[in-house]
Write a protein that binds this ligand. Sequence first.
Ligand SMILES: [Zn+2]
Length: 55
Amino acid sequence: MPHYEFFCKACKKTFSKIMTMAEHEAEKASCPHCGSQEVEQRWSAFSAVTSKKSA
Ligand SMILES: [Zn+2]
């Protein structure tokens, strides 16, 4: 399941959400702290990188 990270511009907190691709397309994320939709998506590095360790 994809994990999305967001940063709230209103209260300057980060939060993460687990949602399906379809949910992500359909709904605008809102901040669980203040309810603002002034959120910006952060792509977390670990979701792109697998468990492969660097040599
Ligand atoms: Zn907020």
